[in-house]
Ligand binder design. Structure first.
Ligand code: SF4
Ligand code: SF4
Length: 306
C-alpha cells in the first residue's frame, strides 16, 4: 500500500486550506515574510532577554530599537514583526527559570535535549507554524487549486485529514467508523483496517474514522471533501486546524507517536519540508529555500500525493 509517499506520516496527513476567494496577494511575487522570517529576530530577542535582568519579555519587546538588523535580515519595525507572536514569546521566561518544560524534547539521537536547545525549538516550532499559516493563506487562493481537498488520483490509495473531536461536526453527512478495531489501528498500519471485509481505503466515498491517534477524514482515491463546493471550502471560517496549514511544514520538532500515559514527546529535526505538489511551492522554490536557510533549517522538497 502506498499511503502517503515518502513524506513523514505526520506531514502526509496535513493538508492546507482552500481560501474562499482569490486574495489580494500577487500570484507571482513571494510574500515579504518569506524574505524576512521572524525566527532570526526571535533568536536575537532571546539572546537580548537572557542578557538583561528583565523578567517580562513584553518589557523587552517594548524597548526594541528600530530598525533591527540580524546580519541577514533587517526588520524595519521589529515590534510590529513580533506582535503576532506575543503570546508565544511569553515562554521566553522559561529560559530564566527551572520550571518544567511543556513537553519532553529529544535530540535526533533520542538523548534528552539540553534546556536551551529544547526551548529554542519549542518556541520556534510554534512561531513558524503561525507564520507559515499566514503565508499559506496569502499564497493558496490565487492558485485556484483544490488539491488539498481531494483524494489522490495516482498510486496512493487515500489521503488523511486528521481532525479534532469538535471538528467532526463539520462533516455531518459522512459515515463515522468508530469500532474497537479502528481504535487500535492507525491509517498507515499494515495490514490495513478492514471495513466490511475490505481495506478501509477501498471505499468510493469519504468517511470519518476514529483511530488510535484520534479521528480523521479519509479521502479515498478520486474522492472529494464533502465541504468542497465549486472549488471553495464551504466551511472556510470554521475549517479544521490541519486545513489551515501550509504546504511548507516546519519541523524544528516532530511529534513522537503518543505512548499511553507518557508525556508529550518531540524530537528535534531542524527541517523545513515543502510539498512539491503545491503550485506555489514549485513557483517559489528559491524563496522557500532561502526562508529555510535564514531560519537555520535543512530544506527538503518532497512529493506528497502520488
Ligand atoms: S474542510 Fe474540506 S473543503 Fe474545507 S479546506 Fe478542509 S479539506 Fe478543503
Ligand atoms: S496544493 Fe497548495 S495551492 Fe493547492 S489547495 Fe493546497 S495549499 Fe492551496
Amino acid at each position: 500500500m502506498t499511503a502517503a509517499g515518502n513524506i513523514p506520516s505526520s506531514t502526509a496527513m496535513s493538508l492546507s486550506p482552500r481560501t474562499p476567494s482569490p486574495s489580494s496577494a500577487s500570484a507571482s511575487a513571494p510574500p515579504a515574510a518569506l524574505a524576512a522570517p521572524v525566527l532570526p529576530l526571535v533568536r536575537l530577542v532571546t539572546m537580548l532577554f537572557l542578557a538583561t535582568p528583565l523578567d517580562d519579555p513584553a518589557e523587552l519587546l517594548g524597548q526594541l530599537p528600530s530598525p533591527v538588523d540580524t546580519g541577514d535580515v533587517t526588520y524595519a519595525d521589529p515590534a510590529a514583526a513580533l506582535a503576532p507572536y506575543e503570546d508565544i514569546l511569553t515562554d521566553l521566561t522559561l529560559f530564566k527559570t527551572d520550571a518544567p518544560l511543556p513537553a519532553t524534547i529529544l535530540e535526533v539521537n533520542g538523548e534528552p535535549a539540553d534546556r536551551i536547545s529544547a526551548l529554542d525549538c519549542w518556541l520556534g516550532q510554534r512561531i513558524l507554524e503561525r507564520e507559515l499559516e499566514a503565508i499559506n493563506t496569502l499564497l493558496c487562493g490565487p492558485c485556484h487549486c483544490d488539491l488539498c481537498c481531494t483524494g489522490p488520483t495516482g498510486e496512493q490509495f487515500f489521503f488523511e485529514i486528521p481532525l479534532q473531536d469538535q471538528e467532526l461536526a463539520l462533516f455531518p453527512s459522512l459515515d463515522h467508523i468508530d469500532t474497537p478495531a479502528s481504535r487500535k489501528a492507525t491509517a498507515y498500519d499494515e495490514p490495513p483496517l478492514n471495513i466490511n471485509g475490505r481495506p478501509f481505503y477501498q471505499r468510493t466515498s469519504p468517511c470519518l474514522i476514529r483511530w488510535r491517534t484520534g479521528p480523521s477524514l479519509i479521502l479515498p482515491r478520486g474522492s472529494r471533501c464533502p465541504r468542497l463546493d465549486q472549488g471553495r471550502c464551504a466551511v472556510y471560517p470554521q475549517r479544521p486546524q490541519v486545513c489551515r496549514r501550509p504546504q511548507i511544514f516546519p519541523y524544528l520538532l516532530e511529534a513522537e507517536k503518543p505512548q499511553q500515559g507518557a508525556a508529550r514527546t518531540f524530537r528535534i529535526r531542524r527541517t523545513l519540508l515543502a510539498v512539491w505538489d503545491c503550485p506555489y511551492v514549485r513557483r517559489l522554490e528559491d524563496a522557500i529555500a532561502a526562508y529555510g536557510r535564514l531560519c537555520g533549517l535543512e530544506v527538503l522538497f518532497r512529493t506528497n500525493k502520488g
